[in-house]
Design a protein around this ligand. Structure first.
Ligand code: BGC
Length: 745
C-alpha cells in the first residue's frame, strides 16, 4: 500500500507556492464569496435552491453537482471565471462510481477480483472519460465496510473485510487521481461515507449506526485511513447518526480522527442535504444551528442544503464563528483548485469526449475487469467450461437481455444503457449454434425506487398480470425444453441494490427460483449465471444446480465476459469479498467473529440457531477455478518474534490441474489471547497469482506490527500484545494449512 503521500498534496507545485496563491485569493474575497466556496449547488432539475447560474455569478458557489453536460460546464465556468467577483473556477462533481461511458463491474465485483490492478485500471479509464466530459471530481470510492447484505449499498463497496477494503480503497484513489493532481486525465477522488454508514441498524438504509470504538478503529476506518495514505483529495461525511451523533456534525470523526490523527489536508463535503438534515435528524435546533454545527465540526462544503450560504454571515456577525474559522475551511478548497491547474485551464475541449470514449482499450479494460471479477461458486462434474460445438442453447431469465442489469447500479445522469448483455455475449460466442431466449416472468421491487424516474429507459411500466406472468413462465420452460443446454440468468435488477435499495430477504426476487426449479426438472444440463449487486441466499440452487457463476453487475462488456468464462476463453479466478448467508435473517454474518464460550466445533456445541445452520452458504474468500491448486510447505521465518518486529510467511502453491488458472493465496491469523479478545480469523495478506499446469510458485507475506497490532478497548489505544498466534494459508477463509508463532515482549 502506498503510504508515502500526504492527503491532497500531490502536485508539481510546492506547498509554499500554493499557500501564497491561496493567501492572495483570500485577501481579495468578501465573506460572502468565501462562504460561496463552501457551497455546492445542484445543477439538476430536481435540485432545490436558487438557479445555479445566479449563485455562480455572485460568487456564491464553489462547486456544481448533478450536472452532466459538457457544453453547460463551459458556460457556467465562463460565468464563474469572467463574471463572478474574484473569478474563481468551479469544481464540477458527479458520481462516477464504476465508469463514465465505458462501464466497469460494480465496486463489489471489482473487490471480488482480489486484484488491486482491477479497480486501479478501471478507475483510471473512468477518470479519463469523466475528465474529458468536463468533470473534475467524483464522489468515489465508497469505502463502507458492510457485513449485512440486506443493506443495498453493499454493491458500492468492497465487502466485509477491512484488509481487502483498504487495498481496494488505495487502488481506487490511485486510479482516479494518479500521481499528480494537475494531470488533465484524472479527477479528484472522494472517500465516502465517513463513517459507519454500512452498519446501519438491520441493514435499513439511512438508519442509525451504533458501532463501538474498537469496531470503528479495527474494521470500519481502515479503508478510509488507506485512502488518506494514498493521497485522497476529499472526503464525504455520511448521512446517519453514529452513536447518536450525526456523521455530518461529528467533530470527533472530522477533526480528531481525520485531521489530527491522520493528517488529512484536503476538504470534506457533506452528503446530499446532510447539513440541513441535522434538523430533521433531531440534532440541530434549526438551520442556523445546523450550519454552525457543520462548520464547527470541520465540514468544509455543504452539498446543496444551502444552510451555509443562508446563515454564515449572521453566525460571523454575532460572533458564533470567526471569519478566520471560515477561511480555514475555504483554504483546502482553493488549494485543490490551484493544484489542479484550474485557474490556468478552467475549460474543457468540447470535442475531446468523443475521441476518448472511442478508445478500444477502454472496452478491452472493461471486459478484462469483468472476467477477473467473476466468481465460480459451483462446478459439479466439471460441467464448465461448456463446449462451443453445442447445437441448441436456451438463455433464460429476466436479466439475460437487460442492459441495465448488466451495467448495474449507479449510472451517471443521462447515461444511455449500452451493455453487451449475456444473451448478446453468448450469441457472439456461438455464431453457429441456435441460441434461443425467454425472459420468464418479470421481476420488480415491491416498492419502486425513486431513482427510476431519473434513469433513462426505465420509465415505470404497469406490472405483469398473473396471466402474463404465467404465460412468460410457460414460454421459458418450453424454450428450455427445446434446447440441449440451458443457461439461466437470474438475480436482481440494477435498482434492487444501491441507495435506498435495502431489502429484508436475500432470496431470488419474484418467481425466479420457481422457474429455476421448473427448468431443472426438465433434466437438461443447467448453468446458473447470477447478476446481482449483493450476496443472495441461493440455497436451493447451491444444492440442485450443477454450475453457478457469480457474474455480479459486470458492466459494458459483461455479456462477453460471461461468455468468455462459460466457454473457456477465460478462467474464473475471483473470490467472494463477502460471505453469502443461507438466509437474509442471518445477517449480519461475517467470518471475522470472536470465539465464544461454546465454540461451534466443541463437543458441547450449542447450535447458534435450531432452525438451520448459521454458517455461510459460501464463505468469505471462496471461489473455484477450472483447475485445482495445492498448498504446501508453509514456513514461518521464526517461531518467536518481538513486539514491533516482523516475520515472513511463505507457502508453495502448485497448479495440479490440466489448464492454466489464477489462485488468490490468502493468509489469516488468530491471536489466541490478549488484552482484548481477537477475531477467530482475520485476513492479513493476499496475492492473486497465475499458474500454468504443473507450475509451482512460492508466495511470501510479511507480518509486522501493522498486521499484528489492534485497537484495544481495555487499553483505549493501539497496542500489540505478546501472545500466541494461529496462522492459516489457503484458498478461502476456511483454509486449513496451519502454523503457529509467538510474539514476545
Ligand atoms: C449519496 C452519495 C452521493 C450523493 C451525490 C447521495 O444521495 O448518498 O453517495 O455521492 O448523493 O449524488
Amino acid at each position: 500500500m502506498n503510504k508515502a503521500k500526504k492527503s491532497g498534496t500531490t502536485s508539481a507545485l510546492s506547498e509554499a507556492e500554493v499557500n501564497k496563491r491561496v493567501d492572495a485569493l483570500l485577501a481579495r474575497m468578501s465573506l460572502e464569496e468565501k462562504v460561496g466556496q463552501l457551497n455546492q449547488v445542484g445543477g439538476a432539475e430536481f435540485a432545490p435552491g436558487p438557479k445555479a447560474e445566479d449563485q455562480i455569478r455572485k460568487g456564491g458557489a464553489g462547486s456544481v453537482l448533478w450536472l452532466n453536460d459538457t457544453k453547460k460546464f463551459n458556460e457556467l465556468q465562463k460565468v464563474a471565471v469572467e463574471e463572478s467577483p474574484s473569478g474563481i473556477p468551479l469544481l464540477f462533481a458527479l458520481d462516477v462510481i464504476h465508469g463514465y461511458r465505458t462501464i466497469f463491474p460494480v465496486p463489489l465485483a471489482m473487490a471480488a477480483s482480489w486484484d488491486p490492478n482491477v479497480p486501479e485500471k478501471s478507475q483510471t479509464v473512468a477518470a479519463r472519460e469523466a475528465r474529458a466530459a468536463g468533470l473534475h471530481w467524483t464522489f468515489g470510492p465508497m469505502l463502507d465496510i458492510c457485513r449485512d447484505a440486506r443493506w443495498g449499498r453493499i454493491v458500492e463497496g468492497a465487502g466485509e473485510d477491512p484488509f481487502l477494503g483498504a487495498a481496494m480503497a488505495a487502488a481506487q484513489v490511485r486510479g482516479f487521481q494518479g500521481d499528480d493532481l494537475a494531470d488533465s486525465e484524472r479527477v479528484l477522488a472522494c472517500a465516502k461515507h465517513f463513517a459507519g454508514y454500512g452498519y446501519s441498524d438491520a441493514g435499513r438504509d439511512y438508519d442509525p449506526a451504533y458501532i463501538s470504538e474498537t469496531q470503528l478503529r479495527n474494521t470500519v476506518l481502515p479503508p478510509f485511513k488507506a485512502a488518506v495514505d494514498a493521497g485522497v483529495a476529499t472526503f464525504m461525511s455520511a448521512y446517519m447518526d453514529l452513536n447518536d451523533v450525526p456523521a455530518s456534525g461529528n467533530r470527533w470523526l472530522l477533526r480528531q480522527v481525520l485531521r489530527e490523527e491522520w493528517g488529512f489536508e484536503g476538504f470534506v463535503v457533506s452528503d446530499a442535504f446532510a447539513v440541513g438534515n441535522l434538523v430533521i435528524q433531531g440534532h440541530a435546533k434549526d438551520r442556523r444551528d445546523a450550519a454552525l454545527r457543520g462548520l464547527k465540526a470541520g465540514l468544509n462544503m455543504d452539498m446543496s442544503s444551502y444552510t451555509y450560504t443562508e446563515n454564515t454571515a449572521d453566525l460571523v456577525a454575532k460572533s458564533d464563528l470567526s471569519e478566520a474559522e471560515i477561511e480555514a475551511l475555504v483554504r483546502p478548497i482553493l488549494a485543490l483548485k490551484v493544484r489542479m491547474g484550474l485557474f490556468e485551464r478552467p475549460y474543457v475541449d468540447e470535442g475531446l469526449l468523443d475521441q476518448v470514449i472511442a478508445r478500444p482499450d477502454h472496452r478491452e479494460a472493461s471486459r478484462w475487469a469483468a472476467q477477473r471479477s467473476m466468481v465460480l461458486l459451483k462446478n459439479e462434474g466439471g460441467l464448465l467450461p461448456l463446449k462451443k460445438d453445442v447445437k441448441k442453447v436456451a438463455v433464460i431469465g429476466p436479466l439475460a437481455d437487460s442492459m441495465q442489469a448488466t451495467e448495474g447500479s449507479w449510472m451517471v445522469f443521462g447515461h444511455t444503457p449500452a451493455a453487451v448483455t449475456v444473451l448478446a455475449g453468448i450469441r457472439a460466442k456461438l455464431p453457429n449454434a441456435e441460441v434461443t431466449y425467454a425472459s420468464g416472468p418479470e421481476i420488480r421491487r415491491d416498492i419502486p425506487s425513486w431513482f427510476e424516474s431519473m434513469m433513462a429507459g426505465q420509465a415505470s411500466k404497469p406490472a405483469q398480470t398473473q396471466e402474463e406472468s404465467d404465460a412468460a413462465f410457460q414460454a421459458a420452460v418450453e424454450t428450455a425444453r427445446a434446447a440441449d443446454q440451458v443457461i439461466m440468468v437470474l438475480g436482481e435488477t440494477d435498482l434492487m441494490a444501491g441507495e435506498a435499495a435495502s431489502r429484508a430477504s436475500l432470496d431470488l426476487p419474484g418467481r425466479q427460483e420457481e422457474l429455476l426449479k421448473a427448468v431443472a426438472a426438465l433434466g437438461k444440463p443447467v448453468v446458473l449465471v447470477l447478476l446481482n449487486g449483493r450476496p443472495l441466499s441461493v440455497t436451493w440452487a447451491a444444492e440442485n444446480i450443477p454450475a453457478i457463476l457469480e457474474a455480479w453487475e459486470p458492466g459494458s462488456e459483461g455479456g462477453n465476459a460471461v461468455a468468455d468464462i462459460l466457454f473457456g476463453d477465460a478462467i474464473p479466478g475471483g473470490k467472494l469479498p463477502v460471505g453469502f448467508p443461507r438466509k437474509g435473517s442471518h445477517a449480519p454474518l461475517y467470518y471475522a467473529r470472536n470465539l465464544t464460550h461454546s465454540p461451534e466445533e466443541s463437543p458441547m456445541y450449542n447450535p447458534r440457531y435450531w432452525d438451520g445452520l448459521p454458517t455461510p452458504l459460501y464463505p468469505f474468500g471462496y471461489g473455484l477455478s477450472y483447475t485445482t491448486f495445492a498448498f504446501s510447505d508453509l514456513k514461518v521465518s521464526a517461531a518467536q518474534v518481538k513486539v514491533g518486529s516482523s516475520l515472513t510467511v511463505s507457502v508453495d502453491v502448485t497448479n495440479t490441474g490440466a489448464v492454466a488458472g489464477d489462485e488468490v493465496v490468502q493468509l489469516y491469523i488468530h491471536q489466541k489471547w490478549g488484552t482484548d479478545t481477537r477475531p477467530m480469523r482475520e485476513l492479513k495478506g493476499f496475492e492473486r497469482i497465475t499458474l500454468q499446469p504443473g507450475e509451482c510458485k512460492t508466495v511470501t507475506f510479511e507480518l509486522g506490527p501493522d498486521e499484528l497490532g489492534y485497537w484495544s478497548t481495555n487499553a483505549g489505544k493501539w497496542i500489540q500484545d505478546p501472545a500466541s498466534f494461529d496462522l492459516w494459508v489457503g484458498s478461502d477463509s476456511l483454509a486449513t494449512l496451519h502454523a503457529e508463532f509467538e510474539v514476545i515482549g
